[in-house]
Design a binder for this molecule. Structure first.
Ligand SMILES: [Zn+2]
Length: 267
């Protein structure tokens, strides 16, 4: 089992919360010219090494993904017969992305995800899934989906009081310097990590490669340094993170709307 999906549980007493009830729908009536454009034919996408087929309306496909927007620019359709091949993304992760496109929600939980390894450490397959969502969001150049994946990561940390020790590895490989997403990995380490877990900062993988990204270690040191005199108190994830204030970990910046402010049918 790789170290990348090992998690640390800050509080053994906390458990994943039960499914939250659906919020009430606020609005039922809209203008006739609003809503999804479903008149156009869907595009066929063949995904993964198994060429699993997905059919998605073009307007929706291009609404948040620069990868698909570029792929579907004028002149493309005639040559390709309306089919896009996407071998770089796993069908299971593409399914999550497609459901997110249609609903704005992350369908990432699975029965049997949580387990205890032979070493006594706890693991969860959901962390792996969210890691793969983040990497695929980067490949598809969908910054809204990456922001939504960050929210799913924060929400899981808050609801379980666990955090993946490989969080920085998830994020740093697929983000640029200055990305607000990196701040989530830094804050989690500096403010939430159990202090005993700091021994893992310099852990190496089976190929003797540093497990934590070098830049992440520098960023953590830069965050800790100014506070050495006064100290930094460790907090449980549920107490440190505020689910109503996650935009500080989003990359949309101040000039673009958050994905949460966009209508559910954005095509
Ligand atoms: Zn936001």
């Amino acid at each position: 089992m790789s170290a990348s999906d090992r998690e640390s549980r800050a509080s053994e007493s906390s458990r994943e919360s039960s499914t939250t009830p659906e919020p009430p729908r606020k609005k039922i009536r809209f203008s006739t010219h609003e809503g999804p454009q479903i008149e156009l034919r869907p595009i066929t996408i063949r995904v993964g090494s198994t060429d699993d087929e997905f059919y998605i309306h073009e307007k929706l496909l291009r609404s948040t993904s620069s990868f698909f927007d570029n792929a579907l620019k004028e002149g493309w359709k005639e040559g390709q017969g309306g089919i896009i091949r996407l071998s770089e993304v796993e069908p299971a992760i593409f399914t999550i992305w497609t459901k997110w496109l249609y609903t704005g929600r992350m369908f990432v939980m699975k029965d049997g995800d949580d387990r205890i390894g032979p070493d006594g450490d706890s693991y969860s397959g959901e962390w792996d899934r969210l890691r793969d969502c983040y990497a695929s969001g980067d490949f598809l150049q969908d910054s809204d989906f990456k922001d939504a994946t960050i929210d799913a990561l924060v929400t899981r940390m808050v609801e379980t009081d666990c955090y993946p020790l490989g969080l920085a590895r998830y994020i740093y490989d697929y983000s640029n310097k200055g990305s607000a997403h990196r701040q989530l990995a830094i804050d989690t380490c500096v403010r939430v990590w159990d202090r005993d877990d700091y021994a893992d900062l310099l852990t190496e993988d089976e190929f003797n490669n540093a497990f934590q990204p070098r830049q992440f270690l520098c960023d953590v040191l830069a965050k800790i340094g100014p506070n050495l005199e006064t100290g930094i108190k460790e907090k449980d994830a549920g107490k440190f993170f505020d689910l109503n204030d996650t935009c500080k970990y989003h990359d949309h910046g101040s000039d673009k709307p958050c994905y949460k402010m966009k209508p559910a049918f954005n095509f």
